[in-house]
Design a protein around this ligand. Structure first.
Ligand code: GCU
Length: 421
């Protein structure tokens, strides 16, 4: 009932002069004008004026994104234990150490596990650390023979040698270009990674596998999808990092590429322990505005990946105007913590301009909380980062994570974690 009331108010709000940002048509009229909810207007039409008001408004926005997009994360009632599986010091010519830690989730006699691959620079106690899932297994991030190959279900990817839903040694190091670990360590940053499929295998199985087996699932139209499940896993890794004596848990940057960028944004919005959030080419239902209806749309993503979001999200297939929220409000939920959004020029599927505009329209919330205004309203030149508490760049090239991207994220993190040499 309440939801209907919100929707009714939202639909009426242009008439009442409330709650909306009107965005003019764009790209030679290819994108008709559309309206976005104003993150600083409550559902009842009142304006957010103070930090206290924002904290209440934040709950409304979180609720909208939770019930209509990502789904509600259920309470975890199980146990998690961590086991140190290996340590190795003096890696990459002595600049860091490497550890592998297994998290075992248990409930009702059932178990599920996740292996964290952790790299720490030599002076590790105070180092900021990037936490980022990998797409194909920890062993694909480095050629190191000691990195454990996951034994869970994996989507086939013949190009890296996965043809029977099982990882194997053929794919060792195959994604290393996305993981410049030596460069990251030598700049004084750590990296924690884990295979996202160990939390929830990435296919539509009705939420029975991965961690889902350990939850009491009475599912409804607002129940969590895989993106929220992956975000939950990032928070469980954070629980571990808080306990690791070699890690400074106040300097953890949650970062993700593409679908894992969607998960890192939702993790950053849901868990304030993440000190900084990085979205690399996260696109539709990540940083890109849905109401622009450009590139991948809500309908396309729900059809291709029916398990990623809650069932309610399907109500917005070809019906984006009915959404009472949009992705700029996801960025706003991260305020006042720094957030960096990055796009690639050839990645039109992810709608770079829609990612940029989310930064523009999240700015009012950051400003209310004391940040400077996001200093642009048109797209920057290629490889010219816009830096502030909300940051953005678009680099030349395709949908990927490159050394250029990592260098930008480290330069940015330097500003906050004061590691500038
Ligand atoms: C597909 C999907 C995107 C997603 C991407 C990825 O292209 O449509 O939404 O971000 O996969 O995760 O690589």
């Amino acid at each position: 009932m309440k939801n209907y009331l919100f929707f009714f108010l939202f639909a009426l709000s242009p008439l009442l002069g409330l709650a909306q940002i009107i965005v003019d048509s764009d790209q030679g009229g290819k994108i008709p004008s559309y309206t976005l909810p104003d993150p600083l207007i409550f559902n009842n039409g009142e304006r957010v004026k103070t930090t206290k008001d924002w904290n209440n408004r934040r709950k409304e926005i979180y609720r909208a994104l939770e019930t209509e997009v990502y789904g509600v994360t259920p309470k975890w009632k199980g146990k998690v234990t961590s086991t140190l599986l290996s340590t190795k010091s003096g890696i990459f010519g002595g600049i860091g150490q490497q550890k592998q830690i297994r998290l075992t989730f248990s409930k009702g006699g059932k178990n599920s596990s996740l292996t964290i691959l952790l790299f720490l620079p030599l002076q590790s106690k105070n180092a900021p650390l990037f936490l980022s899932y990998n797409f194909d297994g920890n062993h694909t991030t480095t050629v190191d023979q000691d990195v454990i190959i996951p034994d869970c279900y994996m989507n086939n990817k013949p190009e890296i040698g996965v043809t029977n839903h099982q990882a194997n040694k053929e794919s060792r190091g195959q994604q290393a270009s996305r993981w410049p670990i030596k460069e990251i360590l030598s700049r004084g940053y750590g990296v924690a990674t884990a295979y996202y499929g160990e939390i929830d295998p990435d296919f539509d199985d009705g939420f029975k596998n991965g961690i889902h087996q350990l939850f009491d699932q009475k599912r409804d139209s607002a129940s969590w999808g895989s993106v929220a499940t992956w975000a939950w896993g990032l928070s469980r890794i954070m629980d571990y990092l808080e306990k690791d004596q070699d890690v400074n848990p106040h300097k953890v940057i949650v970062m993700g590429h593409s679908r894992l960028g969607k998960a890192s944004l939702w993790a950053g919005a849901s868990d304030k322990r993440f000190a900084m959030v990085v979205s690399n080419c996260s696109g539709c239902s990540g940083a890109a505005l849905s109401k622009r209806i450009f590139g991948e749309t809500v309908e396309k993503i729900n059809n291709s990946y029916p398990h990623w979001f809650c069932a309610n999200y399907k109500k917005y297939n070809s019906n984006e105007q009915a959404l009472t929220t949009d992705q700029h409000e996801l960025l706003a939920l991260i305020a006042p913590r720094p957030v960096y959004v990055a796009s690639a020029s050839e990645d039109l599927h992810a709608d770079p301009k829609g990612e940029f505009l989310s930064c523009v329209y999240a700015s009012s919330v950051y400003e209310l909380l004391g940040s400077k205004k996001f200093p642009a309203n048109s797209m920057p030149q290629l490889s010219t980062p816009i830096l502030g508490d909300i940051s953005y760049h678009i680099r030349l090239g395709k949908h990927d994570v490159t050394l250029y991207d990592w260098n930008c994220y480290m330069d940015y993190a330097d500003l906050y974690f004061k590691r500038k040499k």
